[in-house]
Design a binder for this molecule. Structure first.
Ligand SMILES: Nc1nc2c(ncn2[C@@H]2O[C@H](COP(=O)(O)OP(=O)(O)OP(=O)(O)O)[C@@H](O)[C@H]2O)c(=O)[nH]1
Ligand SMILES: [Mg+2]
Length: 357
């Protein structure tokens, strides 16, 4: 089934029900007064993040979402029923944007995150609200407010910890299949992978992490050549990038530079991520060339791991490297958030003491 990672859709919240004009009519109660109830509020459109979903495929079949309108108010002070909300489930990592301005309205990153995409209209007021000293028999009631409606755009940025990049045929999918239980298609022709694939890597002595394999990049990808580079958005949020290089080719260094240039054209920040150069296919590469590349990359400040994805050689080294980096990453984040908390409490304390003075 196709992988859909962006879509546009229309949301229309329910209208408020109209208020009622009614008067109390009862035996022995002359001029009973107004008793028209209020209309019910319209239902809202609520977007909720669900970890069981991984693609926006549902949007291919449905682009209009409507919530129910509120019922009108009734006599005897009875309020109309509230229209039911429309709950839309979207995958973790969905961005909701305004279709015209491109402004990000919501970034749904965690299971259960919610965003109200369109608010239901308020119900109208029944005539009992309009009774006054000069008008005991008001024949007015208000209409309900119309529910909000708008076109929105949804984009999916998969949330993975590790991203795989490289030229087509470099062996990214083979590596994913060795690092995780995922079973991506592997073949000796370019662009075997046409849509992002995810796999779960069980780290040594630690929790697991998610790896994303994306289609190969070629020179000019930023101009739309090959499959383009829109898929790079899925690795924008990763903590680590594994750059897979086929070192059985004599121009491995040129290949490396091509991919680097494409990453840079997409977003400079990608080059600031912690990266490991995976020198793949050492089973068929010239050992001297591999050594030479290792020293050249070391001079450029990169860490390298020579592997043969096909035979599984060197895979464990990558696992340990990932485990170490993620641990450091989490520790640094924990320290940073602690420092932030301390600064806040320090500021609170200073403000408190300022109050006392
Ligand atoms: N000899 C050898 N072949 C490998 C190795 N790793 C991958 N291959 C072969 O290289 C070819 C491409 O592998 P893939 O894993 O499909 O490459 P990819 O980078 O995912 O390619 P795209 O999806 O097209 O971007 C396949 O024929 C693999 O069997 C390796 O370590 N040694
Ligand atoms: Mg592939």
């Amino acid at each position: 089934m196709a992988f859909v990672d962006e879509a546009k859709f229309f949301v229309k919240a329910g209208d408020g029900g109209k208020g009622c004009v009614s008067f109390r009519r009862e035996k022995y109660v002359p001029r009973g007064g107004p008793n028209g109830g209020d209309g019910g509020h319209g239902g809202s459109i609520i977007i909720e993040c669900a970890s069981r979903l991984h693609s926006l495929i549902d949007f291919r079949y449905r682009s209009h979402f409507k919530a129910k309108s509120g019922s009108p108010g009734m006599g005897k002070d009875m309020h109309g029923r509230k229209g039911s909300d429309c709950l839309m489930s979207v995958p973790v990592g969905s961005l909701i944007k305004d279709i015209e301005t491109g402004e990000v309205l919501a970034d749904l990153c965690n299971e259960g995150d919610r965003f109200i995409a369109a608010r239901g209209g308020k119900g109208g007021l029944g005539n009992r609200h309009f009774s006054s000293g000069t008008n005991r028999t008001p024949r007015i009631a208000t209409k309900g407010v119309e529910g909000e409606e708008r076109w929105l755009r949804i984009e999916l940025k998969l949330i993975a910890d590790v991203g795989l990049v490289g030229l087509p045929n470099a062996g990214k999918s083979t590596l994913l299949s060795k690092l995780s239980a995922a079973n991506p298609k592997v073949a000796s022709y370019p662009f075997t992978t046409l849509e992002p694939q995810l796999g779960v890597l069980h780290l040594p002595h630690k929790e697991s992490c998610i790896i994303a394999d994306i289609p190969g990049l070629i020179e000019g990808a930023h101009e739309g050549i090959g499959l383009g580079f829109t898929f790079l958005r899925h690795i924008e949020r990763t903590k680590i990038l594994l750059h897979v290089l086929d070192v059985s080719s004599a121009q491995a260094m040129d290949d490396f530079l091509v991919v680097e240039k494409e990453l840079q054209s997409y977003k400079e920040e990608l080059l600031r991520k912690t990266r490991l150069l995976v020198l793949n296919k050492i089973d068929i590469a010239t050992p001297d060339l591999v050594e030479q590349l290792q020293s050249e990359f070391a001079d450029m400040g990169f860490e390298t791991v020579p592997i043969a994805g096909l035979t599984g050689e060197g895979i464990d080294k990558i696992k340990f490297w990932i485990a170490d980096i993620l641990e450091t990453y989490n520790t640094v984040n924990a320290v940073q958030s602690n420092t932030k908390e301390e600064t806040t409490s320090l500021r609170d304390a200073t403000e408190d003491s300022a109050d006392i003075e």
